[in-house]
Ligand binder design. Structure first.
Ligand code: KIV
Ligand code: NA
Length: 265
């Protein structure tokens, strides 16, 4: 077996094939998705909310992303692993972006990195790509800018739609191999998808993008509380795990675990 490459991803768009992406933040979860045939796994900085207990993705550090990305790479054999560059690790400019991306590639072993921003990040994308690091871009809602933009639908209205199209073209021209469209009206995401020759990866961006990504803890029902409208929950891990923990606690308190069969003599 060999890993999926960015060339396989480009070929999928030419064939008109849709593909799924999931996040993962640890080796075991990643190994499940790898064995299930998920072609691309994103070590998202959503790890901030979904794995590390922060309120937003803003506090996540490059050290944390390096550690989590390395675990996901170790847990997988076939999936293409994309590591997120966290807030503050690329905004200073292309050289800082290259230094940060190099850590994820060399220390963690990811095959590609992702960063947020369209026109504003095109110089960073260009240098990484010229240096041999495939880049997935991310436009529309960019959660690292939550303090400036909040969590609102992006690209509504003529001016915002035109800006989103400019952002999409800018990341493609800079050499990105794919672009995430987050929380963008479906019609606009469809237009971007038709316009670009690189694949679009939608989250809350309708049905017409080339790929779809979900945060794994949302998709499997581990995240507590209310989920965004665009999430489909495929399992209820929170209930499965909670019920198992309660059953274990009852067994211990009631003396029904361990039994003879669980004991050594
Ligand atoms: O960090 C993340 O999980 C992401 C996806 C939602 C695209 O950036
Ligand atoms: Na992210």
């Amino acid at each position: 077996t060999r890993r999926i490459t960015v060339r396989d991803i480009a070929a999928a768009k030419e064939r008109g094939e849709k593909w799924p992406m999931l996040t993962a933040y640890d080796a075991m979860t990643a190994s499940v998705f790898d064995e299930a045939g998920i072609p691309v796994i994103l070590v998202g900085d959503s790890a901030g909310n979904c794995h590390l207990g922060y309120e937003t993705t803003v506090p996540v550090t490059l050290d944390e992303m390096t550690m989590l990305s390395a675990a996901v790479v170790r847990g997988t054999r076939r999936s293409l692993i994309v590591g997120d560059l966290p807030f503050g690790s690329y905004q200073e400019g292309p050289v800082q972006a290259l230094r940060s991306a190099t850590r994820l590639v060399k220390e963690a072993g990811v095959q590609a990195v992702k960063l947020e921003g369209g026109e504003r990040s095109h110089e960073q994308i260009r240098l990484l790509v010229e240096s041999g690091i495939p880049v997935m871009a991310h436009i529309g809602l960019t959660p690292q800018s939550v303090n400036a933009m909040g969590y609102r639908v992006q690209g509504r209205g003529e001016e915002a739609a035109a800006q989103l199209l400019r952002d999409a073209k800018a990341v493609q021209d800079a050499g990105a191999f794919a672009v995430v469209l987050e929380l963008v009206p479906a019609g606009l995401a469809a237009e971007v998808t038709r316009t670009l020759h690189i694949p679009t990866v939608g989250i809350g961006a309708g049905a017409e993008t080339d790929a779809q990504v979900l945060v794994w803890t949302d998709m499997l029902g581990l995240t507590g509380g209310r989920l965004p409208k665009f999430v489909k929950q495929y399992a209820d891990l929170r209930a499965v795990m909670g019920n198992a923990a309660k059953a274990f606690a009852e067994d211990v308190v009631g003396g029904t675990f361990p039994l003879e069969e669980h004991s050594v003599h």
